[in-house]
Design a protein around this ligand. Structure first.
Ligand code: PRP
Ligand code: URA
Length: 235
C-alpha cells in the first residue's frame, strides 16, 4: 500500500494554519476545503483516460477524457468537509456517504449509516476523512466498499498516524493512501500527535459533545488499545 505524503509547499503552509489551535471553525472549514483540493488533485494523477475525438474551433483532434466512474465516500461527519472540493475537481462524481463514529473507549468504528445500493456503481472509490488515526474507520469503510464491488480504492486524509497507516496496510495492502502529513504517534486517547485535535468538532464548532461528558471519556482500556497498536509497529 503506497503512502503518498504531499511535498507541496502550499499544502504544508495551509496545514500549519489548520493545525493551529487558534484557527476558528470558519477558517478551519475553508482550509479543509483548500487542502482537499490540492490533495485530491495529486491523488487523481494516475486515473486512466481514454482517447476521444473532439473538434476545437480550429481543427479536429483526439483529446483525453477520464475513463473510470469515480465515487466519493465521505466518512461522516468529518469527511463532509472534503466533499465540495472534490466535486469541484470532479463534478460528475457520485457521493456515497458512510456513517461511522469511533467508540471513545474501544476506539473501534461503529457503523450507523450506509445506503449503498446492491452493486457497485463506480470503479474508483475515493474515501474522504481528514484523520487516519488508528485506521479502524478507514479499514471498516474499505471493507464495506470492497464487498460492494469497488475495483479500486484510494484513501484521502489530511493527517495520518503511523499506527493507522500500519493497520490499513495490513488490512488493505492494495489501497493507495494520500495524506498531507504523516505525524508522530497516537496519544493514550487515540488522538494524532501533534495532529490538530478533533477534526469534526473543529469544523462544526461542536466542542461540548458526548465525549466530554462524565462517563463517556476514554479510560485505561483506550490507552491499552493504543499501546497494542504501538507494539505492533515495533520492528
Ligand atoms: C474521527 C475521524 C475519523 C476517525 C478516525 O471521527 O473523522 O472518522 O475519528 O479515527 P480512527 O482512524 O481511529 O478510526 P469520529 O469518530 O470522531 O466521528 P465524527 O466525525 O462524527 O466526529
Ligand atoms: N479523530 C480526530 O478528529 N482527531 C484525531 O486526532 C483522531 C481521531
Amino acid at each position: 500500500m503506497p503512502v503518498h505524503v504531499s511535498q507541496h509547499p502550499l499544502v504544508a503552509h495551509k496545514l500549519a494554519i489548520l493545525r493551529d489551535k487558534t484557527t476558528e471553525p470558519k477558517k478551519f472549514r475553508e482550509l479543509v476545503r483548500e487542502l482537499t483540493w490540492l490533495l485530491g488533485y495529486e491523488a487523481m494523477a494516475d486515473l486512466a483516460t481514454r482517447p476521444e475525438p473532439i473538434e476545437t474551433p480550429l481543427e479536429p483532434m483526439t483529446a483525453a477524457r477520464l475513463e473510470p466512474r469515480v465515487g466519493l465516500i465521505p466518512i461522516l461527519r468529518a469527511g463532509l468537509g472534503m466533499v465540495d472540493a472534490m466535486l469541484e475537481l470532479l463534478p460528475t462524481a457520485e457521493v456515497w456517504h458512510i456513517g461511522l463514529y469511533r467508540d471513545e473507549r474501544t476506539l473501534k468504528p461503529v457503523e450507523y449509516y450506509n445506503k449503498l445500493p446492491d452493486a457497485a456503481t463506480v470503479q474508483v472509490c475515493l474515501v474522504l476523512d481528514p484523520m487516519l488515526a488508528t485506521g479502524g474507520s478507514a479499514a471498516a469503510t474499505i471493507d464495506i466498499l470492497k464487498h460492494w464491488g469497488a475495483a479500486r480504492v484510494k484513501q484521502l486524509s489530511l493527517i495520518a498516524a503511523p499506527e493507522g497507516v500500519a493497520t490499513l496496510t495490513a488490512a488493505h495492502p492494495d489501497v493507495d493512501v494520500h495524506v498531507a502529513a504523516l505525524d508522530s504517534h497516537l496519544n493514550e486517547r487515540g488522538y494524532i500527535v501533534p495532529g490538530l485535535g478533533d477534526a469534526g468538532d473543529r469544523q462544526f464548532g461542536t466542542f461540548a459533545g458526548p465525549a466530554s461528558e462524565p462517563g463517556h471519556g476514554p479510560d485505561d482500556e483506550t490507552a491499552e488499545v493504543v499501546r497494542r497498536l504501538q507494539r505492533e509497529l515495533e520492528p
